[in-house]
Design a protein around this ligand. Structure first.
Ligand code: PMP
Length: 420
């Protein structure tokens, strides 16, 4: 499994970043890749990945705890996934017409996620979330929706929740924003806007302010608020779907949403996402219903082939036990390394964040009270020792089935070295 390090001259990344900046805004195709949140200097450029490791264009190898921000639950370049994509590609990369694989994939998703009766495949989490909100609005004939500070549901105007450059206030005027884990605030918002509320949109485990678990009773209270007000409960399980359990956070916490947004793992590492849920709601989507939605590459054959391999492998409960075990070892090791320091480690299953602050993080304000400069120093320290963490305090580390004791030990040693 070991990657061969090529001894290239250092500084390739810097050169490449200059070249990238000349032709790509900020040099990257998604902002967090520029490492601005950790003042990390020039980001590396990836040459390849294998199993638990990434190799950059300088020939450096890193234990990868980012895993493309969650999708790669089986690690990089899983041979079976690669072979399935290769085989699918030989038969054509896109048709814009239905295929049997799409049926198989939607059946697999409906089998895994108990609240999902019908599924629509799309190409990104953003698209799935935009569709969920439109569908909730169309189904309820109401315009407003409630989301939570620090929750991220993609970059659609209304999903951002706040007007800004390029986001006119009219596009967010029906987006109500409340504090995560605060039942009273959510109840007050529903009291105030309930009659006009199409849905409550929530990450059942927050992953976009670092890992913040739902407080006991929070998700249940949201379910009750929806039932009382006629709003739909929409779980954004782009991160948690197939990760915190095969059936997602709704399985782990025993709450049944009306609609579920899936992304990341559901696409097997290729661009594919999904929206699913109650059949009566889903049937409102075109062409069976009046709510329009479409996509040229939706249900793409390569992505569907990869997804099927991964989701079928995830039927094996042993894989989830392995993820849990490895994540527990990592948690225990890092906790011991950081004993006596002002940090707080939060974990749900195979997603975890080490916050550089004392005391639990329950919402965005508390996440923001972390020592970001110190997180940046931690990131750089581990990077120099061949361990790649998320280049931001407000993201999760993801454990994959390919992470073993060697990768955990190396990470814990590097962390211990930092804290001593
Ligand atoms: N929802 C959640 C919870 C996410 O974490 C993300 C992306 N990180 C999205 C939606 C948007 O997905 P995509 O980047 O595929 O558009």
């Amino acid at each position: 499994m070991a990657l061969v390090s090529r001894s290239l001259p250092p500084g390739q990344s810097a050169k490449m970043f200059r070249r990238a900046r000349a032709v790509i805004p900020g040099g990257v195709n998604s902002p967090v890749r520029a490492w601005r949140n950790v003042a990390g200097g020039d980001p590396f450029f990836v040459r390849r990945g294998e199993g638990a490791y990434l190799e950059d264009t300088n020939g450096n190898r890193y234990v990868d705890w980012v895993m493309s921000w969650g999708p790669l639950v089986l690690g990089h370049a899983d041979p079976e996934v690669v072979e399935a994509v290769r085989e699918a590609a030989a038969d054509g990369t896109t048709f814009g017409a239905p295929t049997e694989r799409e049926i198989e994939l939607c059946e697999e998703i409906a089998d895994a996620v108990s609240s999902i009766e019908k599924v629509r495949l799309v190409s990104s989490g953003t698209e799935a979330a935009m569709t969920a909100v439109r569908l909730a609005r169309g189904f309820t004939r109401r315009d407003r929706f409630l989301k939570f500070e620090g929750g991220y549901h993609g970059h659609g105007d209304a999903l951002l929740g706040e007007a800004g450059p390029g986001v006119p206030s009219a596009t967010v005027s029906d987006t109500i924003v409340s504090s995560y884990n605060d039942v009273d605030a959510a109840a007050a918002a529903v009291e105030r806007y309930g009659e006009g509320l199409a849905c409550i949109l929530v990450e059942p485990v927050a992953g976009n302010m670092g890992v913040v678990p739902p407080a006991p009773g929070f998700l249940k209270a949201l379910r009750a608020l929806c039932d009382a007000s006629g709003a739909l409960l929409v779980f954004d399980e782009v991160i948690t779907g197939f990760r915190v359990a095969r059936g997602g956070a709704q399985e782990r916490y025993g709450i049944r949403p009306d609609l579920t947004i899936l992304g990341k793992i559901v696409g097997g590492g290729l661009p594919l996402a999904a929206l699913g849920g109650r059949a009566d709601v889903m049937e409102e989507l075109a062409p069976s219903g009046p709510v329009f939605q479409a996509g040229t590459l939706s249900g793409n054959p390569l992505a569907s082939a990869a997804a099927l391999v991964v989701l079928r492998r995830l039927r094996d409960a042993e894989l989830y036990e392995r993820l849990e075990r490895r994540a527990t070892e990592l948690e225990t090791g890092v906790r011991a390394a950081a004993a006596g320091q002002a940090v707080c480690l939060q974990r749900v299953g195979s997603m975890l964040t080490l916050f550089f602050r004392e005391g639990a993080v329950r919402n965005l304000d508390e996440a923001k009270a972390s020592d970001l400069a110190r997180y940046g120093a931690f990131f750089r320290h581990l990077l120099a020792r061949g361990v790649y963490l998320p280049p931001s305090q407000f993201e999760a580390m993801f454990v994959a089935t390919v992470h073993g004791p060697v990768e955990v030990d190396r990470t814990v040693e590097a962390a211990a070295d930092f804290f001593s």
